[in-house]
Design a protein. Structure first.
Length: 163
């Protein structure tokens, strides 16, 4: 009654970029959101709407499969980072790993550190500062690559320890 909940199919149904989701909750707030949305675009492409319906009404084991896939990728990345001396806590429920910048590089800031990772280690991360001031001091890894590519990235990141 006092709020709304917003759900996106991006992560749960592996539909990022499709811009499909729904809102439930307070009817006045939902009506206001609908009016705002009507000024932003003309709605979603119909085949994408149909795909969303099929996903929501279909077999839901796919959601569990996607969760397990991200857990495996998370474990490979976090375990690998910890093995090379980059102490990173294991996230409990996300497809991202927020890693504190190692002490020896912290003074660079997240943007310069991220640039260095892509130039020297061939690994792309998102600088924490891009998510606001509290993101500074961190980089964000997205668990979108397969395990083999994650291991390849870890080999590149291992060169940081040689400094």
């Amino acid at each position: 009654e006092v709020g709304v909940e917003i759900f996106s199919l991006s992560k749960s149904y592996n539909m990022p970029g499709w811009r499909m989701g729904f809102v439930c909750g307070n009817s006045r707030m939902i009506h206001a959101l609908g009016r705002i949305k009507s000024y932003l675009d003309y709605g979603a492409f119909q085949p994408i709407q149909i795909a969303a319906i099929v996903a929501l009404e279909g077999e839901q084991s796919v959601v569990r499969d996607i969760v397990e896939l991200h857990q495996k990728r998370r474990d490979v990345l976090v375990d690998g980072l910890n093995k090379i001396g980059w102490c990173v806590p294991k996230p409990k429920g996300t497809m991202f790993v927020w890693a504190p910048i190692p002490d020896g590089f912290r003074a660079m800031g997240s943007l310069e550190f991220s640039k260095m990772l892509i130039q020297e280690c061939k690994v792309a991360v998102s600088p924490g500062i891009g998510f606001g001031e509290y993101g500074e001091g961190y980089v964000r890894f997205a668990l979108v690559e397969n395990e083999q590519r994650i291991r390849q990235a870890l080999r590149g990141l291992k060169t940081l320890g040689a400094r």
